[in-house]
Design a protein around this ligand. Structure first.
Ligand code: G3P
Length: 446
């Protein structure tokens, strides 16, 4: 591995009287670094969809062709979050996070500046596949930072705040594409301008992020917070081999498989609702196009309070347990989906309230399943564990939400689509519930 990517070497521990102040300062600094870094990952993950109309109008591509090209991103991202997660577990998060962001930005800049890059669906599929692959370097690196800087009882809160980065990034990408077109007066700026901004953020994240407390002369977070998981021992401070991570800690962990399967259904609900909301609201609820667009965009904003509350509940009320909160949130999501489906279109406020309630609720489990994956393995296997849940979320959940739900609506109508989403909620509850008792034993929190 390149030297720069090797996990940062441990430094001699600083004098005791300096530890507390330095820990507080560094935790805030690295947190801001991963928050900004991950928000910028979304600038170059979501900007392609803003250029679809331009690609249709100028190049004559169909929606189906462009949709096929975009599926490369879901497939590559799902695979990469798992496989690059394993590389991330053995890498310095400070440089790994920034490297993925720079590579992703360069891919989008190339797509914007080179006419060759958009000259065929095959070429776009290949470039978006590369983009999805390097995008997979973001989440695991942030996960590595969180598990090294936050102990188990505060991780839910830390992750719930960090998790908002993807809502902030997803919200800002639209205005960035508008600004790009204003500044450069061509539609290709939608592709390259977010890339230019993301490269600047990548360098800021290098300035802020540090791999581990020990690389800054600080003790491990478990020792500093006196917060040890049941399975913790000091051997977990050494880096593991890829084989150890896969075989000893991840692939033979039954709880991890349960939450990975649950995650496929959670992502089916997350993306099934938001991706189809504009169409459903217009076709089934008689919203105008602009009413539908506004309603759908507030779905992302509703995620912010819902996610924070979810993390705090898990840390403070359930003492670090994740499964009960995911089950409660998914049960309420099921009810909200039912109301959203059946509410009469004439009652716009009921339709909107139920849609925003789904946004408020669904991002909690999206975040918490990632946290639970981090909890279930030693710190040095965190990225791979979260990557397994991401693989199921994107490779199964996201693909089903896009392709299968679309086909279902075409063939059998909206009722069938919502029956499938309600079924997915129930399965997410079931598979999370399978971890209920074991998680409690695992954390020794009875
Ligand atoms: O869909 P991802 O991989 O960007 O993850 C989003 C959230 O951070 C999940 O916690």
């Amino acid at each position: 591995m390149l030297n720069i990517f090797k996990p940062a070497a441990h430094k001699t521990q600083m004098p005791t009287h300096r530890i507390d102040g330095e820990y507080k300062r560094m935790r805030l600094q690295v947190f801001v670094g991963i928050f900004l870094g991950y928000a910028a990952y979304y600038f170059v993950r979501k900007n392609f969809s803003f250029s679809i109309k331009d690609l249709q109008d100028t190049m004559g591509y169909t929606k189906a062709e462009l949709g096929f090209a975009m599926s490369a991103l879901s497939i590559a991202y799902g695979l990469s979050k798992f496989l690059m997660g394993n590389v991330s577990d053995r890498s310095n998060a400070r440089y790994f996070l920034a490297a993925g962001l720079v590579l992703s930005s360069l891919t989008m800049i190339f797509m914007g500046l080179s006419s060759f890059a958009t000259s065929s669906i095959t070429i776009m599929f290949s470039l978006l596949f590369i983009n999805g692959w390097v995008q997979g370097m973001g989440w695991p690196a942030c996960g590595r930072v969180v598990v090294h800087w936050y102990s188990i009882r505060e991780r839910g809160t830390a992750m719930s705040i960090w998790n908002l980065a993807h809502n902030v990034g997803g919200f800002l990408v639209g205005p960035l594409t508008i600004l790009g077109v204003e500044l450069f007066a061509n539609w290709q700026a939608r592709l390259y301008f977010p890339g230019l901004v993301a490269i600047i953020v990548a360098f800021i994240s290098i300035l802020l992020v540090r791999d581990t407390p020990q690389s800054c002369g600080l003790p491990p977070i478990e020792e500093y917070n006196k917060d040890y998981p049941k399975t913790y021992d000091s051997s977990q401070e050494k880096e593991f081999s890829a084989k150890e991570i896969f075989l000893k800690y991840v692939l033979n962990n039954r709880l991890l498989w349960f939450i990975a399967i649950a995650n496929a259904f959670v992502y089916l609900v997350r993306n099934g609702i938001v991706n189809w909301a504009p169409t459903f609201l217009q076709e089934a609820k008689n919203f105008s196009p602009s009413e539908a667009a506004w309603s759908a965009s507030f779905y992302e904003l509703a995620a912010i309070p819902g996610t924070i509350l979810c993390g705090v509940l898990s840390d403070k009320v359930f003492n670090g347990r994740r499964a009960p909160v995911t089950v409660i949130y998914m049960t309420l999501t099921l009810l909200a989906v039912f109301v959203y489906w059946t509410a009469p279109g004439a009652n716009q406020w009921i339709v909107n309230s139920s849609l925003w309630a789904i946004g408020f609720l669904i991002y909690g489990p999206v975040m918490l399943i990632g946290v639970q994956a981090l909890d279930l393995v030693p710190k040095k296997a965190a990225g791979t564990a979260a990557g397994l849940t991401g693989l199921f979320g994107y490779f199964i959940g996201d693909l089903l939400a896009n392709a299968a739900l679309g086909a279902l609506v075409d063939k059998s109508g909206w009722d069938a689509c919502f029956e499938a989403i309600l079924f997915a909620c129930a399965l997410a509850i079931l598979f999370t519930a399978l971890t209920w008792n074991k998680e409690k034993e695992f954390l020794r929190l009875k």
